[in-house]
Unconditional design. Structure first.
Length: 319
């Protein structure tokens, strides 16, 4: 485990247990992780306290019926994503609250509100194929793989469903306060940003005209910027202007022409082979984009907020 700014390793484990996926509870010592399948089952999840000795560090262990695809948590809820289910736990006592059925979700798509405010703590995930009420179209209809379900963490119930794309989802992410949701389909040409809980389309952002796989989407802390990485190794950064959102009020993306969409105002090209998977984040209280690559490298790029254009690389570190 590493600090990103300034960069430095602060925790390592030599217990020989491989890690499939992991989630840190903010910047605390509490980490949830699943096995990689090499030395520990990918169906097994452990919650550990990294400040304690290895023999005493495990706080909780859970075993699931299929492979754990992703883990997300905040101070209230832990969401564990399987192939077709999301298990939701109360973090305070690790009591299972509900099991949500989804469409096939081998990408482990899920997001959870991190900055919890009263009435705003939600989990979003690919909706199941059952009939639900769509807030985007305001009528009952059969869902597609491009639908996103909004789960209310306080009432432990489905709040609404947003019809985000016609084709299957490739990425989705919430802003820190849960007021915005960004989504992309497997085509990878358009990223849509919706207001929650209304489900109203605010922004339609064009990445490019040729299809590609979207790997990661991230808001900055104030949700004024959105960055997107893809298989073509170009990271795009968009400004989420309120003026553009106002122009979209009352409009549906279903009625838009194929070539509409705001283009990025800043970008950078990663020095990696095409198709290298990446994960994005934006550092709090700064204009730095962090990119972790599956090759074991962390990149830091500085965004010029005023001018945009090509971003400057300010760091590259081996993980």
């Amino acid at each position: 485990m590493y600090n990103c700014i300034p960069f430095g390793k602060f925790y390592t484990s030599d217990d020989g247990v491989g890690v499939g996926c992991a989630e840190m509870l903010f910047s605390t010592s509490i980490v949830a992780m699943s096995g990689s399948g090499e030395h520990d089952s990918p169906r097994k999840l452990r919650i550990v306290n990294t400040r304690k000795p290895s023999a005493e560090s495990v706080l909780c262990e859970l075993t699931f019926p299929t492979t754990v695809r992703r883990i997300r948590m905040n101070r209230q809820r832990l969401a564990v994503v399987l192939d077709t289910q999301v298990y939701v736990y109360d973090v305070s006592n690790m009591r299972l609250l509900t099991v949500i059925e989804t469409i096939e979700n081998k990408l482990g798509l899920v997001s959870i509100t991190s900055d919890i405010q009263p009435g705003s703590s939600v989990i979003v995930y690919p909706a199941s194929s059952v009939l639900e009420h769509s807030v985007a179209s305001n009528h009952k209809r059969s869902q597609t793989s491009g639908d996103v379900a909004i789960f209310d963490c306080e009432s432990n119930s489905l709040k609404s469903t947003v019809h985000a794309h016609k084709s299957r989802l490739a990425a989705l992410e919430l802003s820190a306060d849960g007021s915005l949701m960004a989504t992309a389909s497997h085509r990878g040409t358009i990223i849509r940003v919706f207001s929650l809980p209304s489900g109203r389309l605010l922004h339609e952002l064009r990445r490019g005209s040729s299809p590609t796989q979207i790997y990661s989407i991230a808001f900055n802390y104030g949700a004024k910027l959105l960055c997107v990485s893809s298989a073509n190794m170009t990271v795009h950064i968009y400004k989420l202007d309120e003026d553009d959102a106002a122009k979209s009020k009352g409009k549906s993306w279903l009625s838009k022409a194929p070539e509409t969409g705001t283009r990025s105002y800043a970008y950078f090209k990663l020095p990696l082979a095409h198709g290298t998977r990446t994960v994005l984040a934006m550092a709090p209280l700064s204009n730095v984009v962090l990119v972790a690559a599956e090759t074991g490298v962390l990149f830091q790029y500085m965004v010029d907020i005023d001018k945009g254009g090509e971003c400057r690389k300010i760091g590259e570190f081996a993980l």
